[in-house]
Every structure is written in structure tokens, then in C-alpha cells.
Design a binder for this molecule. Sequence first.
Ligand code: FE
Length: 187
Amino acid sequence: MNIRNVLSSVMALFVFLSCNQAQEGDSGESTAMTEDRVFLSLEGDTLDYVEKSTETWQEELSPMAFRVLRQAGTERAFTGELLENKKKGVYTCAGCGLALFTSTSKFKSGTGWPSFFEPIRADHVWEKTDNSLGMTRTEVLCARCGGHQGHVFKDGPAPTGLRYCINSASLGFVAVNPKKLAVFEEQ
Ligand code: FE
């Protein structure tokens, strides 16, 4: 690990701990709009909305990522690069980098798409009713850029009973030291 990565990790941990203390001392009046918005990912990002033109997204994303994230497309089952990924770490939005899921909540669903039983934080995803294709489903989107990620169903494993069925093309992955990941997930 070079010095830049070390500094980055220390900074992320500092933001992480600082905000956790702020939350503990909070009266409960401040909610997701204040402290909760500060410590969000391993890079100390915020949930400030990322808005770009369709043209910009198209330039920045791969054709498949653009199709999924910005046009609510679905990759073919069993084709995603991250489907069989078993490394410890954080799954991020391929559009804006927001941390969305961790390897701890990933499970083998057999559906052909990366599946998770919970997001890294509830406020990192938007869930909205999707009545397309003649059925009613719950769409999952990135809370920061509005990018389509997939859908969530109520047939997942314990402890949540939920199955976040997510396109690999709309995700990125950052490997994280398992010990650091455990600390991150305790919050
Ligand atoms: Fe995003």
C-alpha cells in the first residue's frame, strides 16, 4: 500500500469515526439530511445529488452501463463480471461511485444476477414502484445519481428476507481489508 492509499484510508476512517460520534450525540432531530449525509463511503463522500446530461453519461459510461443505469436496462443473466466475485469489499455505483452493498450481504441466488440481502445503508438506495412489463416490482436506484440498479424482491434469505437483484454492469467493486470492512459494517 503506497502513502497515498494510507492517507486516504486514514482520512476515510477519521471521517467515519467523527460522524459516528456526531450521530451518537445527536438529539434525534437531525436525520438523513445532516450528519447521516456526511460519512457514506470509504472515501468519505456525501449524498449530494449527482446530475449530468444524458450526453455526459453516455460519454462516461460503457454502453452496457449506460443502458442499465440511465435507461433501466437489464443485462443478460449469468453474463455480469461481478456475479461470481467472492472477494471481500464494497460494491459501488458504476455511475457515481457511491457505496451500495458489501460482500457480506452478497449471496448466491441462482438467478444469474449479483444478489444482496441488504444495502450498505438504507439511504444509499432509492426504492420505487415499477409497473413496467405488466407487473409490479420495486425498482432499486442509486440514491446519489438516480442510476437504475435492479429490483428488490421479498424472497431473499435471512436476516432480511430481501433479495436485491442487481445488474453487474451498474456496479463497481472495491476490495477492502476484511477487518476494516467489519468495522465499517458495525455502524
Ligand atoms: Fe450513483
